[in-house]
Design a protein around this ligand. Structure first.
Ligand SMILES: [Fe+2]
Length: 140
């Protein structure tokens, strides 16, 4: 798989959430809200981390379509933050402006090179994959 393939994947994946049935979302029960509120707030804040530093590093990596794929990845993550935010708004869960974990990731990432930044992001994505499955299992 090349970065051109990855770029094509992200381009094809754009808009894949456009058909989500937002009006049909059922409200969380009080018990569900208590169980998922804090983690939703943390993940929503973390999904939208921006990506200026990452893009600066990616542009220095002289591989075809690498920076373009990275830009699309960042945009997809921003889309995840927006979807989570919309869901939280719908459920009456306030969005956080900042969170200590978000600040730790941002601060630790600044002196890191591209490879270490990619490892940090990959770790977060692996945690998120498990988290979203657990979230689906824990709620209606
Ligand atoms: Fe994400």
């Amino acid at each position: 798989m090349t970065f051109t393939d990855i770029k094509a994947y992200f381009q094809a994946n754009r808009g894949s959430a456009a058909g989500l049935p937002w009006p049909d979302a059922q409200p969380l029960t009080p018990a569900e809200r208590r169980a998922v509120r804090t983690s939703l707030q943390t993940f929503q804040r973390g999904e939208g981390t921006g990506g200026d530093h990452l893009m600066d590093l990616a542009r220095q990596y002289a591989v075809p379509d690498y920076a373009a794929a990275m830009q699309l990845f960042i945009e997809e993550e921003e889309g995840h933050a927006a979807m989570l935010g919309r869901f939280m708004d719908q459920q009456g869960i306030p969005q956080l402006q900042t969170h200590w974990l978000h600040e730790v990731f941002r601060t630790l990432g600044l002196p890191l090179g591209l490879e270490h930044m990619a490892r940090v992001i990959l770790t977060a994505e692996v945690v998120a994959a498990v988290y979203y499955r657990a979230l689906a299992a824990a709620t209606g």
